[in-house]
Design a protein around this ligand. Structure first.
Ligand code: PLP
Length: 456
C-alpha cells in the first residue's frame, strides 16, 4: 500500500520542511497524565474524551499539549473549527467585544451585533422568502427551539426524525437522537410525539431490499404516514442531509426531494439540521445547496463562531414570529462575544475564499480515501460530501459487519503518532475527518500520511 498511496497521500514532504507533528514525550506525557489523574477525581467519568492529552494552546490545525507535544487536529473540536483554532480575526473581534461589554442579555437590553448577525444569516441561508434568526448557545438548544417554533407555527405536535440521527443531549434532543448507546441508555423516559423514519443509508440498505430509487422512497414515506403518524399531526421533519454523528452518510438527492415535497403537500415544516454540515464543510456554505432545497427552518451551530458557543435557528419569518412574546429566550441566547466572533467568521469566508479551499480539500480527501479503500479491505465504504469525509470500517466487505474495534485502534494509533481523529457511526465504525478548512497542504499531507499508517 505504501507505494500506491504515495501518489494520493504522500505528496513527498520536503525534507527541509518543519513537520507539523513534533512529539517531545510519549503520549500522553507526564503533565497530561498528572492532569488526567486530577480530572478522574474531579470530573464525572461519563464525560468521555477520545484522546488523553491536555491542550495548552492551539492555532490553525495544530494543537500543543501541556508537555510541549505538537499534534495535528483532524477533529476540529467536532467540526466547530472550520476557520481553525484561534483565528486571529476571530480572536480580535471577540477581544474587542470583551473590552466593550461581556453580556447584557438580549432579552434585557439588546445590542447591534445580534441584529447584524441575524441579518447576515437571513441573507446567507437558502430560501427566497422573508427570514428571521434566533440565536442560542448549544446546538441542541437551536434544535429544541426549531421544534418549538414549528409546533407553534403549525399548531401540531409530531416531530419526524431519522434513524442514525444525532440532534443533541437534552431530553428532546436525546429523544430525537437515534443512537442508543451511549446517548440514551438509562436516560428515559423520552419526550413523546417523536417518530422515526429509516435514513437512506444506501450502503446498508437491507440485503434483498428493492433498489433505492425515488419511487421506492416515496412508497416508503407514504407508508410511514399511514402506519406511524398522520401527516396532519406533524409539525416538522428534522433531517441531517449528511449524517454527522451517524457516520457522514450522504442522503441521495432523489430521496431528499420526497420528504421535502411531502412536507409542502401536508403543511409540515422541513427543518435542516446543518449543525455539522454547515459553514463550508461540504464545499458549499450549506449542504442544502447541494440539493437545491429551501428548508423552512435551518439550524446551525458549531463552526458558526469559530470555536465560541453559539447556535442559530433561521427560518420563514411568519413561522419564527408565531410564538407568544417571551415564548423564546434565555439568559445566554446570542452572547455578544460569540456574535462578534461569528461576524468575523462570515467575513473570513469572503476574505480567505474558504469555500474554494473547502472544495479543494474535499477533492484531495476524496481521492486519497478512494486510494486507501482500493487497497485496504477493512474499508467498506469511503464517502462524504466536500470536505466532510469518512471511512466506514468493516470486518468483511461481503457481510459489512461493522468493525468498531479496528476503528478504535486506528484512532488510538493515529493519536499516538500525533494526529487527533474521531470516530462516528451508530456502530462506532466510521473514521470521520473534520479538519479545519484553513489547514495548509503540507500539514494536510502529513496528517493523511499518519492516517494511512494508522490504518495498516
Ligand atoms: C447534527 C447535529 N445536531 C445537533 C448537535 C448538538 O449540538 P451541541 O452538541 O452543540 O448541543 C450536533 C452535535 O454534534 C450535531 O452534529
Amino acid at each position: 500500500m505504501a507505494g500506491q498511496t504515495a501518489g494520493a497521500i504522500r505528496s513527498p514532504l520536503p525534507a527541509s520542511r518543519m513537520r507539523a507533528i513534533e512529539l517531545q514525550t510519549e503520549l500522553p506525557g507526564p503533565r497530561s497524565r498528572a492532569l488526567m489523574a486530577r480530572r478522574q477525581a474531579a470530573v464525572p467519568a461519563p464525560l468521555g474524551h477520545s484522546t488523553p492529552i491536555f491542550v495548552e494552546r492551539a492555532h490553525g490545525a495544530r494543537v500543543t499539549d501541556v508537555d510541549g507535544n505538537r499534534l495535528l487536529d483532524f477533529a476540529g473540536g467536532i467540526g466547530a473549527l472550520n476557520v481553525g483554532h484561534a483565528h486571529p480575526d476571530v480572536v480580535a473581534a471577540a477581544k474587542a467585544q470583551l473590552e466593550r461589554f461581556t453580556h447584557s442579555c438580549f432579552a434585557v437590553a439588546p445590542y447591534e451585533s445580534y441584529v447584524e448577525l441575524a441579518e447576515r444569516m437571513n441573507a446567507a441561508t437558502p430560501g427566497s422568502f422573508a427570514k428571521k434568526t434566533l440565536f442560542a448557545s448549544a446546538g441542541v438548544e437551536a434544535v429544541e427551539n426549531a421544534v418549538k417554533i414549528a409546533r407553534r407555527a403549525t399548531g401540531r405536535e409530531g416531530v419526524v426524525v431519522f434513524e442514525h440521527a444525532f440532534h443533541g443531549r437534552t431530553l428532546l434532543g436525546m429523544s430525537m437522537t437515534s443512537k442508543v448507546k451511549p446517548y440514551k441508555l438509562g436516560f428515559g423516559p423520552f419526550a413523546p410525539e417523536v417518530y422515526r423514519l429509516p435514513y437512506p443509508y444506501t450502503y446498508r440498505r437491507p440485503l434483498g431490499s428493492p433498489p433505492a430509487d425515488a419511487a421506492t422512497y416515496r412508497a416508503e414515506l407514504e407508508e410511514f404516514f399511514s402506519t406511524h403518524v398522520a401527516p396532519e399531526k406533524v409539525a416538522c421533519v428534522v433531517m441531517e442531509l449528511v449524517l454527522g454523528e451517524g457516520g457522514f452518510v450522504v442522503a441521495p438527492p432523489d430521496y431528499v426531494a420526497v420528504p421535502v415535497e411531502l412536507c409542502r403537500k401536508h403543511g409540515i415544516l422541513f427543518v435542516a439540521d446543518e449543525i455539522q454540515s454547515g459553514f463550508g464543510r461540504t464545499g458549499k456554505m450549506w449542504a442544502s445547496e447541494h440539493y437545491g432545497i429551501e428548508p423552512d427552518l435551518f439550524v446551525t451551530a458549531k463552526s458558526i463562531a469559530g470555536g465560541l458557543p453559539l447556535s442559530a435557528v433561521t427560518g420563514r419569518a411568519e413561522a419564527m414570529d408565531a410564538a407568544q412574546p417571551g415564548g423564546l429566550g434565555g439568559t445566554y441566547v446570542g452572547s455578544p462575544v460569540a456574535c462578534a466572533a461569528a461576524l468575523a467568521v462570515l467575513d473570513l469566508f469572503e476574505k480567505e475564499d474558504l469555500l474554494d479551499r473547502a472544495q479543494a480539500l474535499g477533492q484531495k480527501l476524496e481521492s486519497c480515501f478512494a486510494a486507501l479503500a482500493d487497497e485496504n479491505p477493512a474499508i467498506g465504504e469511503a464517502r462524504g460530501l466536500g470536505a466532510m469525509r469518512a471511512l466506514e470500517l468493516v470486518k468483511d466487505r461481503a457481510t459489512k459487519e461493522p468493525d468498531r474495534e479496528k476503528t478504535s485502534a486506528v484512532v488510538k494509533r493515529a493519536y499516538e503518532r500525533g494526529l487527533l481523529l474521531i470516530s462516528a457511526g451508530t456502530h462506532g465504525n466510521v473514521i470521520r475527518v473534520l479538519v479545519p478548512l484553513i489547514i495548509p497542504d503540507d500539514d494536510l499531507d502529513e496528517g493523511l500520511e499518519v492516517l494511512a499508517d494508522a490504518l495498516r
